[in-house]
Design a protein around this ligand. Structure first.
Ligand SMILES: *Cc1c(COP(=O)(O)O)cnc(C)c1O
Length: 451
């Protein structure tokens, strides 16, 4: 008859003093380490399937989860440039550096000349209006959803006109019209799902009590076939006739047209076409931190900036600083990755395959389309290449250090280097080799290298 191993559980203080707990918690404060240890002891006491071996492994894993840097650095080998599950846009090296020094005291809201309180984040609004001269002013908030919420709250008690074809769900079940209605906005559905005409908007303007016309650019879906919607110019003219603002939500944040993304709306073109304000995200195609950016007429921007809810969605100093660095500094990684040519990617993919084959991990390469992602560039395929591994590689690559996330498709684990920083390529190769060896799997990939 074996004794219940739970009877021999060590005491909290014994665990805290042990070498292995100390080694796994070098960066943690004492309260945290104690709380994690207690949680594991409590769990073990109520767990009939308890074994002492798994107790130690689980405890070390939990301590390490925090101790090894909170949120793990991940190599994005999916080919999806703005990967929402991986934190959307990676910051440029300079923007990351700026995030570092911003962690200390900074003059985010102080005029150092006078020593008095200054306007919060002026450098950031300056950076934005420098790049979008069509905008008189700028406001940065928590995210694009916050910007829409402010517009919705500001529009009360009037009606916001929105085409029926633009009642959009953006992900995780969130719908923009529901968001706006939840703060008391009245949204009037205009037109039909596939076709909305200027006359439909005009009829509603005639009926009165319109406080804004809202246009939402399709970013995560595309309409084709028998479709129609008025241009920004046409809507702007109508909006002026009835003296109501035209607000355009462009979702992805291009400041100006980008030749690689010809169908993506941009702030400059929309404002020049007559939009009064445009709203977009900072961490999609702009390539910066999570933010919602509002650009346009000074009077409207000021109204939104002084709405009581503006305080609830204000951007942090980290966001204001890294957003400015993204706009005025070196090209953000997102732009580099979107612009990579298929030939260049093929060279890099072949080089990776050659490294792997030389290490006796037999692989081949295959064409692989990258995507813009993050609910942008719908249908846009970015031609590229991938190294093909058996699907069994996907999990060990993900859970190792550094984590590598690949594209799993049709029983294969596809490694796309588009969004991999070239300086990470050797680490990527080592991780694949390590996984192949661990699985005793060298040579289990497909037979031939690319040509
Ligand atoms: C992504 C998106 C949003 C939401 O932006 P967040 O910055 O994630 O809040 C709103 N509108 C459109 C059109 C979008 O594409």
């Amino acid at each position: 008859m074996s004794e219940d191993p739970r009877r021999n559980l060590p005491r909290t203080d014994t665990l805290l003093a042990s070498d292995w707990v100390r080694a796994a918690s070098t960066r943690l404060n004492a309260t945290t380490t104690r709380a994690i240890v207690r949680r594991h002891l409590d769990r073990a006491r109520t767990q009939p399937s308890f074994t002492s071996a798994s107790f130690r492994d689980d405890l070390v894993a939990d301590l390490t989860r925090f101790n090894s840097g909170i949120y793990r650095a991940t190599i994005n080998a999916t080919g999806v440039v703005v990967h929402t599950n991986l934190g959307r846009a990676p910051l440029s090296p300079w923007a990351s550096e700026v995030a570092g020094h911003t962690a200390a005291y900074v003059d985010i809201e102080m005029d150092l000349e006078s020593g008095k309180r200054g306007r919060r984040g002026v450098e950031t609004t300056d950076a934005l209006t420098l790049h979008v001269p069509a905008a008189e002013d700028a406001l940065v908030v928590n995210n694009c959803a916050s910007a829409l919420m402010l517009v919705a709250a500001q529009s009360r008690p009037g009606r916001i006109l929105l085409s029926r074809g633009e009642f959009v769900e953006i992900g995780a079940g969130f719908r923009l019209h529901e968001l706006m209605r939840s703060v008391g906005a009245t949204i009037t559905e205009v037109g039909s799902t596939n076709r909305t005409h200027l006359a439909d908007y005009r009829r509603e303007c005639e009926a009165g009590e319109v406080s804004a016309i809202l246009k939402i650019h399709p970013s995560n879906y595309a309409q084709s076939g028998f479709t129609s919607s008025p241009s920004t110019q046409a809507l702007a003219q109508l909006a002026r006739e009835y003296d109501v603002p035209l607000v355009v939500d462009i979702g992805s944040g291009l400041l100006a047209p980008n030749p690689h993304l010809p169908n993506e709306a941009d702030a400059t073109s929309e404002l020049e076409a007559g939009a009064d304000v445009v709203l977009f995200s900072g961490d999609k195609l702009l390539g910066g931190p999570q933010a919602g950016i509002i650009l346009g007429k000074r009077e409207l921007v000021t109204q939104l900036a002084t709405h009581p809810l503006a305080r609830a969605v204000r951007a942090s100093k980290f966001v204001l600083a890294t957003l400015a660095a993204t706009v005025v500094g070196e090209e953000p990684p997102v732009h580099t990755y979107v612009g990579l040519s298929s030939e260049k990617l093929r060279e890099r993919t072949e080089a990776l395959a050659a490294t792997l084959n030389a290490a006796e991990v037999s692989v081949d390469i295959t064409p692989h389309a990258g995507r813009v992602g993050g609910g942008g560039g719908t249908g846009v395929e970015l031609p590229g290449w991938a190294v093909r591994l058996p699907e069994s590689f996907a999990k060990p690559l993900r859970v190792g250090e550094p984590s590598v996330v690949t594209h799993v498709q049709d029983g294969a684990c596809l490694v796309d280097v588009r969004c991999v920083d070239p300086s990470d390529e050797h680490v990527l190769a080592s991780r694949i080799i390590e996984c192949a060896r661990a699985a005793g799997n060298a040579g289990a990939g497909t037979a031939h290298t690319g040509h």
